[in-house]
Design a protein around this ligand. Structure first.
Ligand SMILES: [Zn+2]
Length: 273
C-alpha cells in the first residue's frame, strides 16, 4: 500500500505527460501535465461523490414520497436541506469545501450536516485517483497511447467503485443492500464479463462467472442453514457481484476478510451493548 501511495506521490511530483511530438521532428514537447491530470480526476471524483450522497439519501425515501420530496419548491431534482427543506445554492454544493466553509452546519437552519457527505466525496475522489494510477501508471506519460480497452477498464472500475461506496454507506446506515443498486451493479459486471469473452479474454470471464456462482452458492447455504439470521439475501447478491469482479482465488481472500471484519465488528457490538 505504501508503495502504491509512493507511486501516486511520485507522479504528482514528477508528473509529466508528453502531449505530442513537435513539428520539427523527434524532440517531444513535454508538458508538466501530470499534476493537472491527477487533479482533474480527483475533482471529478469529488463531484461524483457528491452525486452518490444524493443517491444514498434519496434511495432511503419511501418510494411513494420520492417524487414529492424531489420536487420540493417546484424545482425537481434540486438538492435541499433534509431538515428545513431549503433548496441549496451552488455555494452550498461544492464538494468538501462547502462542508468546511459552513463548519458542518446548514446555512439556513444551522442543523448539523452529516460527516457522511465530505467523507463519501473524499473517498470517491481518492478511489478514482488510485484507479487511474493503478490502471494507467506506466502509460500515463503518454496519454494519447491509451487504448479504448484501457479506457473502458477505467470506466468500469469507476462504476464499480461508485456501486461499492453506495452499498457500503447504505448498508451501514440502513442494514440493507437496496435492489435498485445491486441489480444494476450485477448487470454492469455481467456485461463487462460478456465483453471480456468477446475480446478473447475467455479465461478471466469464465473464472469470474464460476467465482460468482460459487460465492453466491456458499452464501445461500449459510442463509439457509441459519434461516437468514447470520446473513441476509442481500449478501448472496453482493457475493455474486464480488465473484464477477474478483475471480478465483481473489474471491476467497475477499470473503475471508469480510468474515473477519464482520466478526470483529460483531464482537465489538456485543461488548459495547
Ligand atoms: Zn437546513
Amino acid at each position: 500500500m505504501s508503495k502504491f501511495l509512493g507511486t501516486v506521490l511520485k507522479n504528482l511530483i514528477y508528473g509529466k505527460i508528453i502531449i505530442q511530438e513537435n513539428s520539427s521532428g523527434t524532440v517531444p514537447e513535454v508538458c508538466n501535465m501530470g499534476i493537472i491530470f491527477y487533479l482533474f480526476v480527483f475533482i471529478f471524483g469529488l463531484i461524483v461523490g457528491s452525486f452518490l450522497n444524493c443517491l444514498i439519501y434519496r434511495l432511503a425515501l419511501p418510494s411513494s414520497t420520492q417524487n414529492i420530496e424531489c420536487s420540493v419548491g417546484g424545482l425537481k431534482n434540486r438538492s435541499y436541506c433534509p431538515f428545513c427543506k431549503h433548496i441549496l445554492g451552488w455555494q452550498d454544493l461544492i464538494p468538501v469545501f462547502s462542508f468546511l466553509f459552513l463548519k458542518g452546519k446548514c446555512r439556513y437552519c444551522k442543523k448539523p450536516i452529516s460527516f457522511q457527505y465530505p467523507l463519501v466525496e473524499l473517498a470517491t475522489g481518492l478511489l478514482f485517483l488510485l484507479i487511474i494510477n493503478y490502471q494507467l501508471f506506466p502509460k500515463i506519460e503518454i496519454l494519447s497511447n491509451l487504448t479504448i480497452v484501457e479506457l473502458l477498464d477505467v470506466c468500469f472500475l469507476f462504476f464499480v467503485s461508485c456501486f461499492l461506496i453506495i452499498i457500503f454507506v447504505y448498508d451501514l446506515k440502513h442494514f440493507i443492500i437496496p435492489n435498485q443498486v445491486i441489480y444494476p451493479a450485477i448487470t454492469i459486471a455481467f456485461i463487462y464479463n460478456v465483453y471480456q469473452l468477446a475480446i478473447n479474454n475467455q479465461q478471466l470471464a469464465i473464472n469470474n462467472f464460476l467465482s460468482a456462482f460459487g460465492a453466491a452458492a456458499f452464501f445461500l447455504i449459510i442463509v439457509l442453514i441459519s434461516k437468514g439470521k447470520w446473513m441476509g439475501v442481500g449478501d448472496i447478491k453482493l457475493a455474486f457481484f464480488m465473484g464477477l469482479l474478483l475471480s478465483f482465488p481473489n474471491i476467497l481472500v475477499a470473503l475471508f476478510l469480510s468474515f473477519l471484519i464482520g466478526a470483529i465488528i460483531g464482537i465489538g457490538l456485543i461488548l459495547t451493548e
